[in-house]
Write a protein that binds this ligand. Structure first.
Ligand SMILES: Nc1ncnc2c1ncn2[C@@H]1O[C@H](COP(=O)(O)OP(=O)(O)OP(=O)(O)O)[C@@H](O)[C@H]1O
Length: 236
């Protein structure tokens, strides 16, 4: 049995009086990669926002390494070891690549601790652009920077919301390669993306949301052996 890192148990959440999540449960174990899937508007970003403490958790429980964290202030949750790559990237436009990487960095000990140099090894394109400002980068470079910035907090869990949205096929491929390398070194990952083929290759486990509820969970092999799933829950 692998140890659970993040446990989401029956969470309910929403915006104002509008309920979006109706008892969502899943977990991410140490070293595992989990995808959160579903059509647009089914609650993926809302689930991530609730985990991060940006939205109140109305019911249910969120545990980090066994400890309840639901409704902790978001700045406390960010300190726990969760690195977020938000939808739309949100790099700092007026800071250089190097400044973006160090602005929110959380140093760690050990030879595998993340440094600017390690991020540049993972994404050599960023090294070439180290003196450019955030708003001078292409979408793909911004996404690499957003991932690098999250890694610089030395997280135990990396959460990516729409990991490759709006990127060219070549840049997408670079992001998928980097994520596979991160997984290979044991980083836990929770990811949303539209590219099913890549998600099936990368992730150990998949969660499908529909109207704020989990309607299917399983492994990549289980997904592949059920040809109706895609049409039922994911096709546009
Ligand atoms: N700020 C908001 N205020 C009110 N309702 C919102 C807000 N953001 C999202 N919603 C609603 O919450 C529901 C779930 O949206 P959410 O963004 O979690 O979906 P998603 O699965 O991440 O989809 P997408 O792929 O489009 O990002 C949708 O009905 C959406 O309209």
């Amino acid at each position: 049995m692998t140890e659970p890192l993040l446990e989401v148990n029956g969470i309910e959440s929403g915006y104002g009086v509008s309920q979006v999540l109706f008892g969502v449960s899943f977990q991410v174990s140490v070293g595992h990669c989990v995808s959160l899937q579903g059509r647009n508007g089914m609650g993926k970003t809302t689930s991530i926002s609730t985990i991060m403490g940006w939205l109140p958790c109305w019911r249910g429980e969120i545990r980090w390494q066994g400890r309840p964290i639901q409704n902790l202030p978001s700045h406390d949750i960010a300190q726990l070891g969760i690195g977020l790559v938000p939808e739309g990237r949100q790099v700092f436009p007026n800071l250089t690549v190097w400044e973006n990487l160090v602005a929110t960095a959380k140093p760690a000990q050990g030879s595998r601790a993340w440094t600017v140099e390690r991020v540049f090894e993972l994404f050599p394109k960023l090294a070439e652009r180290r003196k450019n400002f955030g708003d001078q980068l292409s979408g793909g470079e911004q996404q690499m920077l957003a991932i690098g910035r999250a890694l610089m907090t030395n997280p135990r869990l990396l959460i990516l919301d729409e990991a490759t949205e709006g990127l060219s096929p070549i840049l997408r491929q670079e992001i998928w390669h980097a994520l596979a390398a991160l997984k290979a070194e044991g980083l836990s990952i929770l990811i949303t993306d539209k590219n099913l083929k890549q998600l099936l290759g990368l992730c150990d486990h998949h969660i499908i949301l529909q109207k704020g509820q989990v309607v299917w969970t399983g492994t990549s092999d289980e997904f592949r052996s059920d040809p109706g799933l895609r049409q039922a829950y994911l096709a546009a």
